[in-house]
Design a protein around this ligand. Sequence first.
Ligand code: AMP
Ligand code: MG
Length: 519
Amino acid sequence: MQTLEFDNRFIRELPGDPDTSVRPRQVTGACWSPVQPTPVAAPRLIAYSPEVAAALGLTAADVRDPRFAEVFAGNALLPGMAPWAACYGGHQFGNWAGQLGDGRAISLGEALGADGNRHELQLKGAGPTPYSRMADGRAVLRSSLREFLCSEAMHHLGVPTTRALSLVLTGEEVVRDMFYDGHPRAEPGAIVCRVAPSFIRLGNFELFAARGERDLLARLVDFTIRRDFPELDPEAPDCIARWFEEVCVRTARLIAHWMRVGFVHGVMNTDNLSILGLTIDYGPYGWLEDVDPNWTPNTTDAHGRRYAFGRQPEIGQWNLLCLARALASLVEDPEPLRAALERYVEVYSDEYRRMHAAKLGLREITETDVVLVQQLYRLMQQAEVDFTLAFRALADVDPAHPSPAPLESAFYREDLRARHADAWQDWLDDYAARIRQDALPAAERRESMASVNPRYVLRNWLAQQAIDQAEQGDYTMVGELMEVLRRPYDDQPGREAFAARRPEWARHRAGCSMLSCSS
Ligand code: AMP
Ligand code: MG
């Protein structure tokens, strides 16, 4: 562990806050504040990602060393670490919220990994910072486990994401009122060490623009391009427009992936969107079970449904529009920014089509196929069909004799299955005809479908079961889920239970279909 090398460019090259206290305040003229993690009572490592450890160059012996839990609980620093909290703002639920900042995230440093990449190490829940406002800077086991498991699962699904190195229990309790309804309870505290090349969000740029801190904004843009977008020429006159276009392209691809795997972020505020196009800030996210474009796991958003599954592509563009507005003062001609926002729509729709061609096992997708896809979604919604199971089962449809039999286990309700049986048969007949026309060899078709339609995702009720057990001190299921979700596209005999549709008990259970921002 002592061999980890740090190169903290963010704090070296960008202006910091001279105040070292954690007094809640507005921080101006600075991109970050120096801050120390607050030590916890009894750090205990309960899970870690061997892949992330290896990327950093940490060995199994490093992880077993008691100092590992100390460092990743915020009780000790390694040489070269220089902790900070970043200053950013954001639009929350469509409204400008002003300064937000890392209220409970503390970056330890930018490690130069054994894999040759830069990895910023960031503790979530390591105590107060100047951006904590009235809150405690802590995180509970329930939400930390959800972030830890899901970010690793997303990586293995091939979805761009921040990663997670470790999950440490703090040995302290944290009080949360989960549904903000006057029922606070003490929960076990935990800290995740998350890892990404950069944790810069759209909101970092927005804050400086909103305050008229144009020089700071220009410096942050230049820094981001130089450190995180080495493929761009920072001296080129149209560099900012090209960079913004790249951010649009990455965000479009990211959201197409979310739509491919049935992931609902839940809180797509501009402070929760990464400038690198990574999935970031796992809060009240969820996985689509029965297909419903209006579904959101986030009870805080139950009224407006702004961040529901089907609205994610549109909200992605809205967020990028906020970023474009923030950048406008830096460019002479705003036209290329507008063009980049249009490019977002193009890239998203190309990616969506490409991914759905693969999901259906077609070589490419035509206008008629788009109708076929729309009909499929409508049918899945009307008949309450499980998204993940249904797409996976399509590979088993026999093009010569199509029948709904392979889809049987995807239906949530027998009455709806019976009611829509004829419509399904019609759709399957059209689909089978289309596959026959495509004439992709059967094995190739199955293989390509299995590589985009996962068998295993972190189903909401599975995560909740792992949490229930972990809160009782049993981490067996955490380990099992990590194992299964490491190979989400492989059939794993004996692990069918992890691919099963939501059981009835989970339909309305808190933590399964209903989550809040309280974490
Ligand atoms: P989120 O909705 O989780 O992205 O959080 C929005 C803002 O609230 C961010 O600035 C967070 O740092 C801050 N925040 C959330 N929870 C806490 C907490 N327990 N303590 C301090 N700040 C928090
Ligand atoms: Mg956030």
